[in-house]
Design a protein around this ligand. Sequence first.
Ligand SMILES: *Cc1c(COP(=O)(O)O)cnc(C)c1O
Length: 413
Amino acid sequence: MAIQLDNQHPLHSSTVTRELDQPNPTEPRPQGIRSRILLSPPHIGAEEQIFVREAFETNWIAPLGPNVDAFEAELADYVGTQGAVALSSGTAAIHQALRLLGVGPGDRVLCSSLTFVASVNPIVYQGAEPVLIDSDEATWNMSSAALERALADMKREGRLPKAAIIVNLYGQSADMLPLLELLDAYGVPVVEDAAESLGATCDGRASGTLGRFGVYSFNGNKIITTSGGGMLVSNDTEALEKARFWATQARDAAPHYEHSELGYNYRLSNILAGVGRGQLRVLDERVNARRAVFERYERALGGIEGVAFMPEAPYGRSTRWLTALTVDFAQAGVSTQDLIARLSAENIESRPVWKPMHLQPLYRHCDYYPHDEEGASVSERLFAQGLCLPSGSSLTQQEQNLVIDILKDALKK
Ligand SMILES: *Cc1c(COP(=O)(O)O)cnc(C)c1O
């Protein structure tokens, strides 16, 4: 396949052509040339191109259009909220949620420490200060014990947080009900960072719909993707309308360009929303495939001394977006770093779990509440011992067997 692009620098157009001439990654490869096994590559379904083609044919090549409207309606319907706003990223969606909650300079915002940096950065975009909360052993997500101490301290200091961002890691919802009860008691509204948990459930509801606002991401590595994109969901349709206004450069109703508020260019393009509509149709299949990947790893490796898989909490169903486990060096005789190096030598991608935010140079100065009052951190242990394995829904059994064999060999005492 080659594409002719008019008015392109010859170098650029030849680059494009060369990339498109690469073998189709979904076709079987010749023996002996195995491509890299990735942690979580995109997995495109059958209908994305139909919606994208429609966008081209109707010339809706803009950050608005019928695919955007339909993607919002279809996602809101899937998760069961009153509405949704499609945005250019999950990070943008967290940012909008915090602004909707009135977070500003001098405010404090609680956030899970064990997460990707994008959960926390929008707090600083708003000029506020993060207060970081440790994880619970049972869920790897926000610890109620640590949260309770943080809220009591902040109340004593007369500086209650303006909002809390609860992250749902690796496809599993946090234990939302006790966390919400605590935060409700102090009048603190919740943003659920469900970037990694679209398709999961918590107490019979869709993960991401239990807080005031929920956020999903469609980045290239997420369970479904638009290459890049995000969604803000809520039952507060008035607030969503405001987010839609801000995200479209905050253009007041006037024939000329009139602005009375600060806005952003945060909307999702109609082309990418077309990809999202196709992806949403295969979400349930993707969840089942990722869960099957997890189960195969657990069956093969779960019995090895020192190896413990991320537990599935009893209150909901995880998507197992990434298969995550811990390896205790003292028992297994091998470190996660060794395992990552062994896999990498065989052209297989794996990674440590997220490095907690309270250990990051960027956020080291922030207040931090460990799970254990004596100071022992669950998130620090998970970071030291945690490993994420190739978990894509397109991972073949043959590829997975290879990963398993390498790990078994490395873990053999
Ligand atoms: C991916 C991710 C985000 C950011 O989403 P983007 O769409 O990449 O901006 C936020 N939080 C968590 C936990 C994530 O994994």
